[in-house]
Design a protein around this ligand. Structure first.
Ligand SMILES: Cc1cc2nc3c(=O)[nH]c(=O)nc-3n(C[C@H](O)[C@H](O)[C@H](O)COP(=O)(O)OP(=O)(O)OC[C@H]3O[C@@H](n4cnc5c(N)ncnc54)[C@H](O)[C@@H]3O)c2cc1C
Length: 434
């Protein structure tokens, strides 16, 4: 028999687990959250090193994310905004700035002049923006979009091969960590909508400030860090508790699994329950370089249009958020995808320096000092067509076990936030039933 006043035990303190804990707390349901690492955040953490703020892999927040932004005090995060544009570097031509002139009028002329897109592509881009902003968030995931790849969708809308190769592949490669454009067209529409309706931002204190703010809003003693859960305990009547890595048993009649999708599946399996794992994992590596002067200009993300790129996208992040570096230095984040992402530093570093120098034309790249290399084997998961037709509920087949996961939505901060809220709703419904 479950009781509304029994604590619900959440496993995992990333965005999904924290959002779930927050919603349950607001509903008056006591919560204990167990996180294996020494601090919360999961894939969203920031470490200080020599006065630099290093996010655990370059990532950004879209301020238009409806669920996550509504839960955050955005003002307190002191957000720094990227220019709503991308600078595309291609061998043999000047880097071109392509942006949203409706958000920043100064982008109109450079965008019109950019040779990477034909004039008709630029008109089609405006029409795509109109479509994305006229759809509701949920409409973006309708079958008519989710049933085709991004590449097919763009071809059907008449975009030239040049635009697809030189702009969309590196741009969506940067967002989805995969340049193939084989992901569901729903993701293209949803991200286009987020880009058009809000800013691309980072908090002054680093991306880790986002989970830190969510955790700080929870009652004292809700979050127990440094305590992993190794398995669930369950009998014929439902879940009975969990076993911590230390061997200690914690009794509970409600467990929310809020880890990355493969870990949720394996913890569920420890209680002989099946939880579906979404597509293949997509990893990436972020190389952080320090230098006296910025290696790349401006506050728009740089995209490497070269098909043989080692660096997929990069930015001198301290241009956007000066708090990411000491006042007399600069911090550049370069993201590497695919096979290059697993190279060791001795092989990777010269390639990264060479790509950055070719992109931004700055000789200082050749002696910029390596500060850190952040390798994340599971950053996001692949979201091919059909990913959103099979929305799974937050409840598993078993009474008392719930899943808070980006897996039900999109592999993103917003997807994790939505997954957390959906699991909290399912827990609340279960307490009303009992
Ligand atoms: C480099 C990189 C770039 C990204 N870029 C973006 C971006 O620009 N925009 C965007 O929206 N999204 C981006 N993402 C994706 C986004 O960060 C994730 O989708 C989101 O953070 C997932 O949150 P989560 O809570 O579902 O999972 P996680 O963040 O993985 O959290 C799971 C937590 O569970 C804990 N845990 C695991 N096992 C156990 C256990 N047995 N016991 C207790 N605790 C456990 C983990 O330590 C972790 O803290 C990026 C991700 C990475 C890594």
């Amino acid at each position: 028999m479950t009781d509304r006043h029994d604590p619900t035990l959440i496993v995992g303190g990333g965005i999904a687990g924290l959002m779930c804990a927050r919603a349950l707390t607001h509903a008056g349901i006591p919560v204990q959250l167990y996180e294996r690492e020494p601090d919360v955040g999961g894939r969203v953490r920031t470490t200080m090193r020599d006065g630099f703020r290093l996010d655990h892999g370059f990532q950004v927040l879209f301020s238009a994310y409806p669920t996550l932004a509504a839960a955050l005090d955005l003002q307190a995060l002191q957000l720094h905004e990227f220019r709503p544009a991308a600078r595309i570097a291609l061998a043999g031509s000047e880097p071109a700035l392509i942006g949203d002139a409706l958000a920043d009028l100064s982008l109109l002329v450079p965008t019109l002049l950019a040779p990477q897109l034909t004039l008709l592509d630029k008109v089609r881009m405006l029409r795509l923006r109109y479509l994305a902003t006229s759809l509701s968030f949920d409409d973006c995931f309708a079958t008519r979009f989710d049933s085709i790849t991004t590449k097919t969708f763009l071809q059907r809308r008449g975009f030239s091969a040049r635009a697809i190769r030189n702009f969309f592949a590196p741009f969506y490669g940067g967002i989805l960590l995969d340049r193939s454009l084989e992901s569901s067209a729903s993701i293209l529409l949803y991200t286009f909508k987020m880009l058009a309706e809000g800013g691309t931002v980072v908090p002054a204190m680093g991306m880790g400030a986002i989970p830190a703010q969510l955790a700080a809003s929870l009652p004292h003693d809700t979050v127990r860090t440094g305590q992993g859960v190794s398995r669930l305990l369950r009998d014929d009547t439902g879940v009975q508790g969990v076993v911590l890595d230390s061997g200690k048993t914690i009794a509970t009649s409600r467990v929310v699994l809020a880890c990355d999708p493969p870990t949720n599946a394996s913890l569920a399996m420890s209680a002989k329950l099946r939880v579906e794992v979404p597509g293949a994992s997509l990893g990436c590596t972020t190389v952080y370089l320090r230098s006296r002067t910025p290696l790349l200009d401006g506050t728009a993300l740089w995209l490497n249009g070269s098909p043989t790129a080692t660096v997929s996208h990069a930015i001198t992040i301290s241009n956007v958020a000066p708090s990411y570096a000491p006042s007399d230095e600069s911090l550049t984040a370069a993201t590497v995808l695919g096979a290059s992402a697993v190279m060791d530093d001795t092989e990777l570093l010269p390639r990264v320096r060479a790509d950055l120098a070719a992109m931004g034309g700055n000789d200082a790249c050749s002696n910029a000092e390596l500060l850190a290399t952040w390798r994340v084997p599971y950053a996001q998961f692949a979201q091919p067509p059909g990913s959103f037709g099979r929305r799974v509920t937050a409840e598993t087949a078993d009474r008392g076990v719930f899943v808070a996961s980006e897996a039900w939505y999109t592999s993103s901060l917003e997807g994790a936030a939505r997954g957390g809220i959906a699991a909290a709703d399912a827990v609340i419904r279960s307490t009303i039933r009992t």
